[in-house]
Design a protein around this ligand. Structure first.
Ligand SMILES: Nc1ncnc2c1ncn2[C@@H]1O[C@H](COP(=O)(O)OP(=O)(O)OP(=O)(O)O)[C@@H](O)[C@H]1O
Ligand SMILES: [Mg+2]
Length: 316
């Protein structure tokens, strides 16, 4: 198995899909063209973005990230473009924004499709003009930032729905990397599983001989909603929990999301709320009603879980 290392990270070239994408990324690194990296959560979008930066002539300059889904709408403009002292109440001193921090380097616009529509217009202007305006600033500042954007939703669909500007989409989509979901890549699943197994055996000093054939089958048939990130977590926990030298299904099954492990998920139709309710109920069943454990598996707080369960009881 081939791995590449850069900036304290290592990347497994898990299948031919991955080596093809890597060729695109390598070429992208040589230019300043904007790259749009799309794919479900956990498919390696950020790793690709980092790879492009590290392989580019800008690798000694900053790699700056802004998560457009995590920053409150009202703060995002200041985060991106910075502000002058006195630009608004509370602007006690000047602050430079992410664009300027990444002036000669790379700016990763993570989950760009979540950017508020008004700001999308400003971003488009920055891309076209190559300059930014700090909030409250008098003169535009020229920037030479390389942009990489990611999206875990289909940007063209969002354009159709009127949530994402078409002109911005085309500006960002100069070069494109589509990271496919893990469930469509059986060879990658096998290779990633072995890779994460070796990594974790070394990390925790555990001498495991491998994954049993039935574990591999289980992994290949699982839906992997959290993609590579989820697989890495499952293997790490299996290494820690398994008492046997060869990892057996018993160590892995409890770590997989019950509804999707059946492989019939798509047949389930109904409202999002009813799917969520069913999923919560099944998780609670598997954890014997233990809400703390169920919340952990669902990736939500115990309080949110309690509220949701209360809501379902109120309507049923
Ligand atoms: N080819 C790979 N080799 C090794 N590890 C990988 C590879 N691709 C992804 N990973 C690991 O999987 C995890 C998820 O990757 P990453 O954060 O790049 O995904 P993402 O698509 O940006 O996810 P999100 O949409 O949730 O932000 C990280 O821990 C990353 O190191
Ligand atoms: Mg990411």
């Amino acid at each position: 198995m081939n791995t590449i290392s850069f900036h304290q990270r290592s990347m497994l070239i898990a299948d031919s899909v991955m080596s093809n994408l890597l060729q695109v990324a390598k070429k992208a690194a040589q230019s300043k063209a904007t790259v749009l990296v799309c794919g479900e959560s956990g498919t390696g979008k950020e790793l690709f973005a980092r790879y492009i930066h590290e392989m580019s002539p800008r690798h000694e300059q900053s790699f700056v990230t802004i998560n457009c889904a995590a920053i409150p709408e009202g703060l995002m403009e200041a985060e991106l473009f910075g502000f002058e002292k006195g630009a608004f109440t509370g602007a006690w001193m000047q602050r430079i924004g992410k664009f300027e921090k990444a002036k000669e380097g790379t700016l990763l616009l993570d989950e760009v499709t979540e950017m508020p529509i008004a700001l999308q217009a400003k971003l488009l202007r920055v891309i076209q003009e190559g300059e930014i305006d700090r909030l409250g600033g008098k003169d535009p500042i020229a920037i030479n930032t390389r942009l990489i954007a990611t999206s875990n939703r289909d940007p063209l669909q969002l354009v159709k729905e009127g949530c994402f500007r078409e002109d911005l989409f085309y500006r960002l989509n100069v070069l494109r990397i589509d990271c496919p979901p893990l469930r469509e890549r059986p060879e990658a699943i096998k290779n990633f599983a072995q890779y994460f197994l070796n990594q974790n055996c070394e990390k925790y000093q555990k001498g495991k001989s491998g994954l049993s054939r039935s574990v591999l089958e289980l992994l290949e048939n699982y839906h992997w909603p959290g993609n590579i990130r989820e697989l890495s977590n499952v293997i790490e926990r299996a290494v820690l929990l398994s008492d046997q030298v060869e990892i057996q299904p018993e160590a892995v099954i409890p770590l997989l999301n019950p509804e999707v492990s059946s492989g019939n998920r798509i047949e389930e139709t109904g409202s999002l709320a009813s799917i969520e309710q069913k999923h919560i109920e099944e998780t609670l069943k598997v954890t014997n009603g233990n809400k703390t454990e169920a919340a952990k598996r669902l990736g939500i707080s115990v309080r949110t879980l309690r509220n949701k369960v209360r809501q379902y009881h109120a309507v049923s």
